[in-house]
Design a protein around this ligand. Structure first.
Ligand code: ADP
Ligand code: MG
Length: 259
């Protein structure tokens, strides 16, 4: 059984323009009929040009946006059939790493409070020395020093901030991490460090990793299986319905997305 099964998922946004009497509605089909299976412990590379619905797909998977239609089945359970509190519990198993480590970290929280808050989502009663030990362990897992614990995000470089964001994502002990363009905002010189870190963590912790990028080279660096979620017309930037393309096994020229 697949760990995560997505069946014919649609997410449409309705945009309203104009005044009260002559308003028009435009539907943006950001995710249009995506079906895919993700097995436990695998890396899925999701590639496509900007605007073709990658972030919308990941936010819908994370239950941050309700799907327009289709189903998301986690370990055999259809998430849309669970109560809100059940979904909240399952949500801890999914964590996200975002593109911009400057925007995704709270500038008023130290590294310790950022990671400790995420640890307590899974272990609400953990405190004192036990909590501090857990935070130090997570910091070391992502290559940060315990002595940096009391510092604020502005005191770190972009790469280090992304390490903090990765430690925060690992803190609730997730089974699946969705990394949405995790290196796109970083200097080229440190992109490979973060990619290697994600690859090592996926292997060592047995994580399932959904890795999203507009850059096929970056996805190839990390991927086992790559899909393009939809076909985008570069001129209109609109997404058309299309079956996702699956590419398994070794990468070849054929893995380039067909726009
Ligand atoms: N909240 C929203 N409201 C309306 N349109 C949206 C919203 N979020 C995304 N879109 C539109 O959906 C399309 C896909 O966006 P997105 O998922 O961010 O693409 P990607 O991550 O591949 O760059 C774009 O046309 C974008 O403008
Ligand atoms: Mg995006």
């Amino acid at each position: 059984m697949a760990y995560l099964e997505i069946k014919n998922l649609h997410k449409h946004f309705v945009k309203t323009a104009g005044g009260l009497l002559s308003s028009t509605h435009e539907t943006v089909k950001a995710v249009n009929g995506v079906s895919l299976d993700i097995q436990k412990g695998e890396i899925l590379g999701l590639v496509g040009e900007s605007g073709c619905g990658k972030s919308t797909l990941s936010r819908t998977l994370m239950q941050l946006l309700p799907p327009t239609s289709g189903s998301i089945i986690l370990n055999g359970e259809n998430l849309s059939e669970l109560s809100t509190s059940e979904v909240r519990k399952r949500r801890l198993d999914f964590q996200m790493v975002f593109q911009d480590p400057y925007a995704s970290l709270n500038p008023r929280m130290t590294v310790f409070s950022t990671i400790a808050e995420a640890v307590r989502q899974r272990h609400p009663k953990m405190k004192g020395a036990e909590l501090e030990e857990k935070v130090i362990e997570l910091m070391s897992t992502v290559g940060l020093e315990a002595s940096q614990m009391k510092r604020y995000p502005h005191e770190f470089s972009g790469g280090q901030r992304q390490r903090i964001a990765i430690a925060r994502a690992l803190a609730p002990e997730p089974k699946l991490i969705i990394a949405d363009e995790p290196v796109s905002a970083l200097d080229v010189s440190i992109q490979s460090q973060i990619l290697n870190l994600l690859k090592d963590l996926q292997r060592d912790l047995g994580l399932t990793l959904v890795f999203i990028s507009h850059d096929l080279g970056v996805v190839h660096f990390i991927h086992q299986k790559t899909i393009t979620p939809s076909a985008c017309s570069p001129r209109s930037r609109s997404c058309k319905a299309r079956d996702p393309q699956y590419h398994r096994g070794p990468k070849t020229e054929n893995t380039a997305p067909a726009f």
